[in-house]
Write a protein that binds this ligand. Structure first.
Ligand code: ADP
Length: 186
């Protein structure tokens, strides 16, 4: 977890690689569908371009199907999901069914103002339609309203690992690995 621009996607890939499991990024799956022009992509694009969350039913079904794939059987790293309290409950149900358990929830903490600059820079290199100043603001706002409350939920469950997301990419990775090593693998 972490606000837009915290570096979730980058770090999720390193973690997944380390544990030999797939990194499942809802944002990446949505963007792949947008590029292919699928029905899901057309639906998701309307929300993403405005910085709004794609409706829970759409996102939940997509994740449910993805974690049912054989490569996710040994485990998986979720990036960008769950993002709402309803998604938390839905995920609980999904993994009960697949027989998985949550080992850890990593939150990258960053200064919101600082990451706006990162995102505006990313707009230049990656050309993401949702990396404009207005849409970034909206994404930050909705993160605060809908997603930040999940931090307390996972803290109460004893799963939360908070990591400072500022600094060099490999420095942040090291912090995450240090923190994760104390988490028992199930
Ligand atoms: P970031 O967190 O940096 O804004 P992501 O790639 O994780 O970027 O997500 C991009 C967009 O995809 C979000 O703004 C939202 O519209 C949509 N999205 C991704 N994950 C979810 C989710 N779990 N629930 C609803 N919408 C989502």
């Amino acid at each position: 977890m972490g606000p837009p621009g915290a570096g979730k996607g980058t770090q999720a890939k390193f973690i997944a690689e380390h544990f030999g499991i797939p990194a499942i990024s809802t944002g990446d799956i949505f963007r792949a569908n947008v590029s292919r022009g699928t029905e899901l992509g057309v639906e998701a694009k309307r929300y993403m371009d405005a910085g709004e969350y794609v409706p829970d039913e759409v996102t939940n079904l997509m994740v449910r199907n993805r974690i049912d794939e054989p490569d996710a059987e040994p485990g998986f790293m979720l990036d960008g999901y769950p993002r709402t309290l309803a998604q938390v409950e839905e995920l609980d149900g999904m993994i009960k069914h697949t027989g998985h358990a949550l080992d850890a929830v990593v939150v990258l903490t960053v200064d919101q103002e600082e990451v706006v600059q990162r995102l505006l820079q990313r707009a230049e290199t990656e050309g993401r339609a949702d990396d404009t100043a207005d849409v970034i603001r909206r994404r930050q706002e909705i993160y605060g309203e809908e997603t930040a409350p999940l931090i307390e939920v996972y803290r109460d469950r004893g799963l939360l690992i908070e990591v400072d997301g500022l600094g060099e990419v490999d420095e942040v990775t090291r912090r995450i690995f240090d923190a994760l090593d104390v988490v028992p693998q199930s």
